[in-house]
Design a protein around this ligand. Structure first.
Ligand SMILES: Cc1cc2nc3c(=O)[nH]c(=O)nc-3n(C[C@H](O)[C@H](O)[C@H](O)COP(=O)(O)OP(=O)(O)OC[C@H]3O[C@@H](n4cnc5c(N)ncnc54)[C@H](O)[C@@H]3O)c2cc1C
Length: 441
């Protein structure tokens, strides 16, 4: 506690955590009058705008060097202390939380420091899930952090550099997971290779990109028509899409694929897998990118909280943990149930923001001894970039594809930047992105 103040501690400065901080910051005077201070603790010093991370991995391949890397990052990664202070009006601390003592109401940092809390919000996000597939973690690139995106970019740039030196090299990329991240990276990367080929830097036969998806459709969470449009778009860009196909094993230069396991009542003929009659097939792969799934931050389990099969903390409808009325969980690490569909809310930034809003409101209600509000998840538009100035937008059953979808996506990005950054910083970030991220188009 600082000078007798009581802490509202937020673990994680991602989408959910920053939204809680920002909305609590709006009640700054009230909280101070009641003796509360808000503190965001994160293991990293930045807030990451993941929806544009694929642009860092695939952007400006011709230009090398740290300067270009930091320019690319400046469109997706913002200093947490600045956001916390300028937009939320709250404090921040860098540190890895390694445990929570719920009885003594303290969070424990790896450094040994303990921070007491009066209210705790767990917004620790998710980690890449490798589903125990042999060799996958060791032999693949993930797409979850800044470091992941830069490592992947570096690997592809090495190939382009070798081509520039006149070496006879080729690159075979495989992307595992045909959800939003796998699709947007594949589309953008294919667009980049095609542009490099047009510019004479590489030949079109020098690259191949295969997207592997375990279900019969890419973007399986969207209506079938959106999946079909996306599949056609990817194939037009030169991406080979293997559906109903699972990654079984990964080695340094090979990936073993197999038809997905059949469900009860299915026959092999129902699969759209290209090699459904074979047990396994080995593919030569230079770069394997894994975007096949996430599971909630391991912190939830370490803290001994009740979790579902994806490691997400089970909350009640007010986002509190059942057994702990002073602890809330939001975002990818939480498993609130959508009261309308009765399904667990998807691990999306939009859901994390909505949950962050509610957790902040309910903390204020609790301090005021008012009844808490219940969670309601309205349906939001989904916009998935499909390379160049082309996105697919799905909103209440309507599907818009192409430039209009891209414009909506630009507006959504800008709106978010305005919500966390000072006005001119938001404009600068947006303009930087517009300048750099469209170079593959
Ligand atoms: C490449 C990519 C693209 C995406 N695109 C979209 C999209 O277009 N639209 C969409 O809606 N969603 C998208 N998502 C999903 C979206 O990023 C997540 O749903 C969202 O980030 C969840 O917010 P969060 O606050 O729960 O977690 P995060 O935003 O991940 O934040 C969690 C924070 O907690 C910190 N943390 C974790 N553990 C600890 C610890 N032990 N100690 C201290 N700090 C810790 C992390 O460093 C991180 O900053 C995308 C995800 C990825 C990876």
């Amino acid at each position: 506690m600082n000078g007798g103040m009581k802490n509202i501690v937020i673990i994680g400065g991602g989408f959910g955590g920053i939204r809680v901080a920002r909305d609590l910051g709006k009640h700054d005077k009230f909280l101070k009058s009641k003796g509360y201070e808000v503190l965001v603790i994160d293991r990293v010093r930045h807030h990451l705008y993941t929806p544009l991370l694929y642009e860092v991995a695939s952007g400006c391949m011709i230009e090398k060097g740290m300067r270009m890397e930091s320019e690319l990052l400046s469109g997706v990664s913002f200093r947490l202390d600045e956001i916390s202070k300028s937009c939320c009006g709250v404090g921040s601390l860098q540190g890895e939380i390694v445990g929570v003592d719920f009885n003594l109401k303290k969070v424990k940092l790896a450094s040994g420091t303990e921070v007491p809390y009066e209210y705790l919000v767990i917004a620790a996000g998710a980690e890449t899930d490798y589903f125990g597939i042999p060799g996958l973690k060791q032999n693949s690139h993930a797409m979850k952090t800044r470091a992941d995106a830069l490592a992947l970019r570096q690997r592809i740039q090495d190939f382009i550099e070798a081509k520039k030196r006149g070496e006879e090299v080729q690159i075979q990329i495989m992307v595992g997971g045909g959800g939003a991240t796998g699709v947007e990276f594949s589309a953008e990367m294919a667009g980049c290779f095609r542009r490099l080929a047009r510019a004479g830097e590489i030949k079109n036969g020098d690259w191949s990109l295969t997207l592997v998806e375990a279900s019969p459709r890419v973007l399986g969470m969207l209506p079938k028509r959106a999946s079909d449009i996306t599949l056609r778009r990817l194939e037009r860009l030169g991406v080979k899409v293997l559906r109903d196909t699972c990654v079984k094993r990964a080695e340094e230069k090979h990936v073993v694929l197999a038809p997905r396991p059949l469900k009860a009542g299915e026959s092999p003929e129902t699969l759209v897998c290209e090699f459904r009659t074979e047990f396994e097939k080995i593919f030569e792969v230079d770069v394997l990118v894994w975007t096949g799934g996430v599971r909630a931050s391991s912190l939830s389990e370490k803290a001994g909280l009740p979790v579902d099969r994806k490691g997400r903390i089970q909350t009640d409808e007010s986002l509190r943990i059942h057994t702990r009325p002073d602890v809330f969980a939001v975002g990818d690490c939480a498993a609130p149930v959508d009261p309308q569909t009765k399904n667990t809310v998807p691990q999306l930034a939009q859901a994390a923001l909505k949950e962050g809003e509610l957790a902040a409101k309910n903390i204020i209600h609790h301090i005021r001894r008012e009844p808490l509000e219940m969670f309601g998840f309205p349906s939001y538009p989904t916009v998935i970039p499909l390379g160049a100035k082309n996105s697919i937008l799905v909103m209440k059953g309507f599907i818009v594809n192409g430039f209009l979808g891209w414009l909506v996506r630009q507006a959504a990005d800008l709106r978010y930047f305005f919500s966390v950054l000072p006005f001119w910083s938001a404009i600068r970030v947006f303009v930087t992105g517009a300048r750099l991220y469209t170079r593959n188009d």
